[in-house]
Write a protein that binds this ligand. Sequence first.
Ligand code: GUN
Length: 291
Amino acid sequence: MTLLDGKATSNTIKDELTVAVAARKEAGKKIPHLAAVLVGNDGASMTYVNSKVKACERVGYKSTLITLDASTSEEQLLSEIASLNANSDIDGFIVQLPLPKHIDEQKILLAIDPAKDVDGFHPMNVGKMALNLPTFLPATPYGILELLKRYQVETSGQHVVVIGRSHIVGEPMSILLAQKRAQGNATVTLTHSRTKNLKAITLQADIIVAALGIPEFLTGDMVKQGVTIIDVGITRVEDDSKKRGYRLAGDVDFASVSPKASFITPVPGGVGPMTIAMLLKNTLQACENRD
Ligand code: GUN
C-alpha cells in the first residue's frame, strides 16, 4: 500500500510556484494576487480560507481576505464581486462556499469575471471544462488529477467509481476522468444517493473517488484487492479526547480499506492540501493570462 501524500506533493508544487513567482519578480512582472471572500463564520470555511491566504504568503503571492457578516445581502455581495472584477491588481478571486441560505449561489458565481474565476465555478468555465477546452479546472478535481499524475497511477482503461455528484467535486471529477487527457481515458461510473446496490458497483472499481461527505462511509467489504482510493471527505466529528473537541474524518474507513488498497489518500494530508496548491496554480495562470 502506497500513501498518496497530498501534503508532501502540495509542498513540492508550492516550491515550484515560489520559483515561478521569483522569476516573474526578477523579470519585473506582476506578482500574482488572489482574493478570497468569506461570508459568515462557519468554522470549517474559516479554516479553509485562512489556509488559502497562508498558502499565498508561502509562495510569495499577494492576498486579500474579505470577510463579510452572515447577514450580508445578495446585493452587497454582488457589489463586492463587481469591485473585485474591476480591481486590476486582483488576478483571481474565490467566493468560499457554501453561502448563507438567503444568497443565490448560482447568481453569485455568474457575477464573477470568468477570467478571474480561479475556482472554475462560473458556468462559462464549467462549459469549457466539459468540452476539454483550456480553462481553470476546479481545484479539488484538478488536485486529484495532479496527485494521480505525480504518483503515476494509471487511469486509462480503468474503471473509476465516483461517489457523490456535487458541482465542486463529483460531477467535474467524473467528466475529467472520462476525457481524452493525460489522467483520463477512464471508464467512469458516477454514483450518488439514489444509486441502487452501490456495493456491487464499488466492488468492480479500480479507482474510487469518495466525495459524498459521510464520515467513514466506504468500508473494506466494499472494495476489491488492489484498489486505488481517493478520499475527498473531511468532516468534523465530535471527539472529546481531542483538545479542540473534534477529529477530522474522511469518507473512507481507512482502517478496513487501506489493507486492500494499492494507493490511498490519508485524511487529513491527502486531497485537502492539493486543493489549495491547485488554487495557487490557477491564480498564477490567471496572472499569466493577463500579462
Ligand atoms: N467549498 C468547498 N470547497 C470549495 C472550493 O474549492 N472553493 C470554494 N470557493 N468553496 C469551497
